[in-house]
Design a protein around this ligand. Structure first.
Ligand code: SF4
Length: 395
């Protein structure tokens, strides 16, 4: 599934953000927030009211110039999954960005692509351009998220979790400024956690991975300032050729120096962004670092820390680690290979990033179906296996 596409634009002079509707809406204020969506035949039902809408997203090619100029994009491929209630942005170039999927249990908001680290394996490479326009886009998006869907999400979250959680991914370095950490703490958000990466117990190794001198010190100061201010933090480690060897030492460092960390996520590589370019420096088959991963995971668990393994397939992990493996890949980029069809543990396995079709472990192999106590244990761990297990833990 792709969250963007390129169609042909007409009369789109500035970014247009709106909620899709494939049926006409009645009130003029609602029309101004709505992008009429469908084939040319479906759009005919909107009649001349169409000129009051924020825009048009037509699944067909343009075949007739409309009688009135309304910002329109025609025939963007690969967006067949769109539906009424989804929120999209039409751009003058014809680019369509999908900002919110009404039917998805997980929606992600990208705050910025500017970053002062330059990680070798970054899946979202930093850009220098000023992307402060995103603030306006996000605020507009919050206006447009379907309150019905939000109610659904909130009522379920209210039942299962007391309130909606916000999980912010950051390199943590900005929090070396204690006053900034205090200001974030001062918001008193009911359920906020910051996910911060640390790649080594050695400063120069961490700085090399993030390609920024001094980053290790700044990140550690950030951890301490946030903890002192009472902000909950998660620690993330991406495992690759530069980090796997010292994983047990890093686990020891975390347990001794950062015991307040609420959750440690040990994560597999995503073949995206900078990773393919730096592959010779990064790639190691996950099957080849299992002893280090097992030592680190079990050590952290024994020290009473909550630890999870993200982005790893069950067939690449020893059985001792299966209870720690999570379905961590966002649904829109989560795939399984042909080999998985015959696998007896597929419903418990998180599968692959779509980009892993380019490169993945050479040890992918269908597993036998679980039975008895093993099956009950995994069922209890995962709940009823379903696509809802996927969440935005991969970024
Ligand atoms: S064969 Fe596929 S579904 Fe089965 S454990 Fe491996 S990756 Fe997961």
């Amino acid at each position: 599934m792709r969250l963007w596409s390129m169609g042909r634009s007409q009369h789109v002079h500035t970014r247009v953000i709106g909620r899709l509707a494939s049926q006409p809406v009645l009130h003029s204020e609602e029309q101004r927030n709505t992008i009429a969506y469908g084939s040319n035949a479906q759009l005919a039902a909107f009649g001349s009211d169409l000129k009051a809408y924020a825009g048009v997203l037509c699944t067909d090619q343009l075949h007739l110039e409309r009688r009135f100029p309304v910002p329109s994009v025609y025939a963007p491929p690969h967006l067949e999954y769109l539906d009424s209630g989804d929120v999209v942005m039409l751009n003058p170039s014809g680019m369509v960005n999908v900002l919110y999927r009404h039917s998805s249990p997980v929606n992600t908001i990208l705050m910025t692509e500017r970053c002062n680290s330059f990680c070798l394996m970054c899946s979202q490479p930093p850009k220098l351009e000023d992307d402060s326009y995103r603030v306006g886009v996000i605020l507009r998006l919050l206006d447009l998220v379907d309150p019905g869907a939000l109610e659904l999400i909130l009522s379920k979250a209210d039942r299962l979790l007391p309130r909606t959680a916000i999980h912010v991914l950051t390199n943590g370095r900005r929090f070396k400024d204690a006053s900034f950490a205090n200001r974030v703490a001062g918001i008193h958000h009911h359920d906020l956690m910051l996910g911060i990466p640390l790649y080594s117990d050695i400063d120069t190794r961490h700085d090399y991975v993030v390609q920024a001198q001094g980053a290790f010190e700044e990140t550690l100061q950030g951890f301490y300032n946030l903890a002192r201010a009472g902000v909950r933090v998660e620690l993330r480690v991406v495992i690759h050729k530069q980090t796997y060897e010292r994983l047990p030492r890093l686990a020891d460092f975390i347990a001794r120096n950062l015991p307040f960390v609420e959750h440690v996520a040990l994560m597999g590589l995503e073949m995206f962004g900078f990773t393919p370019r730096n592959l010779p420096d990064l790639w190691i088959d996950p099957a080849d670092y299992q002893s280090q991963l097992e030592d680190a995971t079990l050590y952290l668990a024994m020290r009473g820390m909550t630890v999870s393994i993200y982005n790893h397939q069950l067939c690449t992990l020893p059985r001792t680690l299966w209870p720690f493996a999570r379905k961590s890949i966002s649904d829109w980029k989560n795939v399984y290979l042909d080999e998985c069809t015959a696998c007896g543990v597929r419903s418990f396995c998180g599968g692959f990033f779509q980009s892993a079709t380019k490169k993945h472990s050479a040890h992918i192999a269908p597993q036998a179906t679980l039975a008895g106590g093993d099956l009950r244990f995994m069922q209890e761990l995962h709940g009823a296996p379903s696509a809802e297990g996927a969440a935005t833990r991969d970024a």
